[in-house]
Ligand binder design. Structure first.
Ligand code: ATP
Ligand code: MG
Length: 434
């Protein structure tokens, strides 16, 4: 039987097992050779004393190149010198795949490898347990979101990623050729989520890719990310939407602390459950807070990366890692956001996590005439949104929703300095391969 290293315990001592993994290190001391085998769960020491093994096995072990995949059958022996408490004395060695030399990058070398090199050889980079642990956490986060949404009566939906028009502004659209017609990769499921609100599916969510041709290189933008979107109908205000997100975030993070403990240990990280309720800071207040802290910004302007970071530092002083920025100027928000009548503001919010936006949302304009007015105000042609507007013309309830960048959430949760660490094969202006 094939063993994961995690299943080898004292029960297996003096028994035969078969293990398979990558040859992390081979040391040949003449009379005895050591092979450190790495599998998904850890390291296994294969000890080959010349006197106890066949010359063929000795030859196979000593000629192994680093990172070759090898299958070993042998007897497990207790050993006080080995960290795991045991070693395996091999009787059969099968090289499944011999690694070429030199390696494009080291897996366990202490030297810092440049990010460029790591992402060029991502298959090799991901052999590092700490690189992989991020994806165990990401997978867990997505499972926990599913759980929370199901518990709250949300139906999971899948909307098209090949679309005829954008929702979040034209500048970041990826244009493609669709049987000779222009089409785009979806920037967000926004329009479709809203259309579904007119159907009676009054709570929906989607987890899927979103594509944006981001003009600048930053540590928090990529051109393909996973968006966790939700939309809920029959609401009185955006507060209900915010409460749903807050409940979900607290659930996800507290469960990661327990269910993700092993991966967190590999990462050497602890995850803190944010203080709840999350403070709600109005956009106006946020601007005056960063102004008071010396940041040059005018009312009406976007906080931007620097402003968000500064606000994050101010919030951290009160121990808040998650907080809302609410009621942005309507001018700064897309057409589908509801205006706060009689003010220059809107029923919108961002959720920021340690100084970085991870979510935007708000109450939507569900009244047909006002929605058309808002489109015109934003210089959009209602005709090109007919498919969307129609769903507002025959009975549309009040509704609101959100979009959360899954990678930004994971990045901030784990304290990683670049969003790319949370993406297996990141896409940006400079990277389309691998
Ligand atoms: P930012 O101002 O940080 O560029 P945004 O306001 O343009 O973000 P939204 O349209 O509000 O982004 O999208 C909702 C969420 O999707 C964001 O809060 C963020 O978590 C995520 N997101 C948006 N663009 C990107 C991107 N290029 N890469 C990764 N995540 C993104
Ligand atoms: Mg936003």
């Amino acid at each position: 039987m094939m063993y994961d290293s995690r299943f080898i315990t004292a029960n297996e001592y003096d028994k035969e097992v078969t293990v398979e993994g990558w040859a992390q290190e081979v040391r040949n001391l003449g009379g005895i050779s050591f092979l450190i085998l790495r599998d998904r769960y850890g390291l296994v020491q294969i000890t080959a004393p010349k006197k106890k093994i066949t010359p063929e096995v000795m030859q196979a072990i000593t000629s192994l190149s680093r990172e070759s995949v090898v299958r070993i059958t042998g007897i497990v022996k207790a050993s006080a010198q080995v960290k795991s408490g045991y070693e395996i004395i091999p009787s059969t060695v099968t090289v499944q795949s011999s690694a070429m030399t030199p390696l494009p990058m080291g897996v366990v070398d202490k030297v810092d490898v440049e990010a460029e090199t790591r992402f060029n050889h991502r298959y090799m980079d991901l052999r590092k347990p700490e690189a992989r642990a991020v994806f165990e956490i990401k997978s867990l986060v997505l499972r926990l979101i599913d759980e929370y949404m199901a518990d709250n009566g949300f139906v999971e939906v899948f909307t098209p990623k090949l679309v005829a028009s954008g929702a979040e502004g034209g500048s970041t659209l990826f244009k493609i050729d669709y049987f000779g017609k222009p089409a785009y990769l979806a920037q967000s499921p926004q329009l479709y989520k809203q259309m579904l609100m007119s159907t009676g599916m009054d709570r929906i969510f989607e987890i899927g890719p979103a594509f944006r041709a981001e003009p600048s290189d930053t540590a928090r933008h990529v051109s393909e990310f996973i968006s966790y979107d939700g939309e809920m109908a029959h609401i009185d205000s955006q507060t209900e939407v915010m409460a749903m997100i807050e409940g979900c975030m607290q659930y996800v993070i507290s469960e990661v602390q327990t269910r993700g403990a092993r991966s967190l240990e590999v990462l050497g990280t602890q995850v803190v459950l944010p203080k709840a309720p999350y403070p709600v800071i109005s956009y106006e207040k946020a601007i005056s807070m960063v102004q008071a802290a010396g940041f040059k910004i005018e009312l009406g302007e976007d906080l931007g990366t620097e402003g968000e970071k500064m606000l994050g530092d101010l919030m951290a002083q009160d121990g808040h890692e998650m907080y809302w920025i609410a009621e942005y100027p309507e001018e700064a928000k897309p057409f589908y956001i509801m205006e706060k009548e009689g003010t220059p503001y809107s029923f919108s919010f961002d959720l920021d996590y340690k100084g970085q936006e991870i979510s935007s949302g708000g109450q939507r304009e569900h009244r047909y005439d006002r929605l058309v007015q808002r489109m015109e105000k934003k210089g959009l042609d209602p005709k090109s949104f007919e498919f969307y507007l129609n769903s507002f013309a025959y009975g549309m309830p009040s509704h609101g929703g959100w979009g959360i960048g899954v990678e930004r959430l994971v990045q901030k949760m784990l304290g990683l300095n670049n969003i790319r660490e949370t993406i297996l094969f990141p896409r940006d202006r400079n990277r389309l391969v691998p």
